[in-house]
Design a protein around this ligand. Structure first.
Ligand code: GBH
Length: 494
């Protein structure tokens, strides 16, 4: 039993949804089984040198085979919701609007949904968590061709609403469109590996492509939401939205005006890039600071796109992990290099003198910064005033790269427990003290998994996975028991 803050008891609404989030390429495995087509992440994984530990997601946690076990595990963790993503190329192997659907792939997700509902767990579905069907990349460079991509994505979404919408009432179109655009088309480490860094990655124009890819996601999101609202929502009665990535940016020196402006720019480049067009008021456009820095490298919205995008999310979907200190990089007046995608900023990963970002994790960019989460919740609430669904939040913890069976002290992940205790505590305080409308919390993640270009080197799970074992044995960490007790304490009784 854990000691919990008495004054937060019952702070969360009785229908508060809580559980864990995952993504198909990170857990499913079965990358070419039962008719699944390859995704751009499969292509990346099978290209030597692109994944830190040279691993693939071919097997990952084998959730395709062991999904019933996953559901049992979640039930034992006391969750009432589960957020997972669908693999587009499992459902439509070649991806396009004229390609056939794969009934075996549809059956897998249908069975998973039924299994969840039977266990009393609400399914929260993400249509796109970074895995484009490889055929669409080969045929027309996927998101760089907006018109073709929109048609294909809309058809894929329509198939999902038709097949699952009778039972699924919570939809997310895109997971972190900004991360997808920047990591895949600027940094280059994520699929489809486009970058100006030709030594390491594939040909790409870093100065324009991320902004085009961001625009394609926004516009195709808008189209999908319109289809859902016009054709499905009236009879199915669900909600739909988009999930954005965002970490708090704190001025390096709060007394310094230029540092304060830098922090605001950081939030606008990362969050308002998508959130202003979707959730904002007034003229639909990207934030002024982005327009100013990027000029016509940043796409413009047509009148029809403006209509589609504005108001196209029933809620604010929030993924957040940490906080950074920032200040201006290039002095006012001097040119900002075209490969700057962050808003002319210097980022400080380390602790500021006298002020700590928070305890270190096993991931270089991630520290426990609940103070930043508290500020970010208020920034988002005051700027957009939409119900907030926290769709991802979590951490790695040092010392978990051991062999199976993991020792008791490894499974006793106190760093992760303190992360959840502090972040969820801030969430509960924001609700209780300021009336911020927060409706869900999904920890990242259910179990250690294939952490994209980092392979199996980062363990984010509340379940320790033995990747060496054929059946990917699952070992609950103590944080799972902590969260179970914590949410029971925080959620008001019916
Ligand atoms: C989430 O993205 C993803 O949705 C999820 O699939 C993933 O497993 C999880 O995070 C954990 O990583 O190297 O300093 O340039 C979080 C957003 C954006 C965080 C890119 C790391 C790289 C920072 N991520 N960022 S740095």
């Amino acid at each position: 039993d854990f000691a919990l803050e008495a004054e937060l008891k019952g702070a969360l609404r009785k229908d508060f949804l809580w559980g864990y989030a995952t993504a198909a390429p990170q857990i499913e495995g079965a990358w070419n089984i039962d008719g699944k087509g390859p995704s751009t992440w499969d292509v990346l994984a099978h290209t030597p040198g692109r994944v830190l530990d040279n691993s693939t997601g071919d097997d990952a946690c084998r959730s395709y085979d062991f999904f019933k076990e996953d559901v049992k595990l979640m039930k034992s963790y006391g969750v009432n919701a589960y957020r997972f993503s669908l693999s587009w190329s499992r459902i439509i192997p070649l991806g396009s609007a004229s390609d056939p659907v794969n009934e075996a792939g549809l059956a897998f997700y249908s069975d998973l949904i039924d299994e969840l509902l039977a266990a009393g767990i609400t399914p929260f579905l993400t249509l796109f968590h970074w895995d484009v069907p490889a055929a669409l990349e080969e045929r027309y460079k996927s998101m760089l061709n907006q018109d073709k991509f929109v048609k294909d994505f809309v058809r894929y979404a329509r198939v999902c609403f038709e097949r699952f919408g009778d039972r699924v009432k919570h939809w997310i179109t895109y997971n972190e469109p900004g991360v997808y655009a920047l990591a895949g088309y600027a940094g280059g480490a994520h699929a489809p590996n486009r970058s100006s860094d030709r030594e390491k990655y594939d040909e790409g124009d870093t100065s324009t492509e991320p902004w085009i890819v961001g625009h394609t996601q926004l516009v195709s999101h808008g189209h999908v939401v319109k289809v859902y609202r016009d054709e499905f929502q009236p009879k199915q009665g669900g909600t739909i939205g988009i999930t954005l990535s965002g970490n708090w940016s704190e001025p390096w020196d709060v007394e310094d005006e230029s540092d304060r402006a830098a922090a605001q720019r950081a939030l606008e480049f990362e969050i308002a890039w998508f959130a202003d067009p979707v959730h904002g008021i007034g003229e639909v456009d990207y934030p002024a600071c982005m327009r100013e820095q990027l000029g016509d490298r940043l796409p413009t919205f047509t009148d029809n796109e403006k209509k589609l995008v504005r108001g196209s999310s029933d809620f604010y979907g929030m993924n957040t992990y940490t906080a950074f200190f920032v200040r201006t990089a290039v002095p006012p007046g001097s040119p900002i290099p075209p490969e700057d995608h962050k808003g002319n900023l210097l980022w400080f990963d380390e602790n500021k003198q006298g002020v700590s970002r928070g305890a270190e994790s096993d991931t270089e960019w991630l520290r426990t910064s609940p103070w930043g989460f508290a500020k970010l919740l208020r920034w988002i609430w005051s700027r957009y005033h939409k119900p907030i669904f926290v769709t991802e939040n979590g951490t790695t913890t040092k010392g978990e790269h051991v062999s199976a069976p993991p020792r008791e002290d490894v499974l006793n992940d106190t760093h992760r427990i303190e992360f959840y205790r502090s972040y969820v505590g801030e969430l509960a305080k924001a609700v209780k003290e300021e009336g911020i409308d927060i409706r869900s919390y999904f920890g990242w993640t259910l179990m250690d998994n294939w952490e994209w270009a980092k392979g199996y080197t980062d363990r984010f799970g509340v379940t320790w996975i033995d990747f060496e074992s054929p059946e990917k044995t699952r070992y609950p960490k103590r944080s799972a028991a902590f969260n179970r007790q914590y949410f029971k304490h925080l959620i008001a009784e019916a």
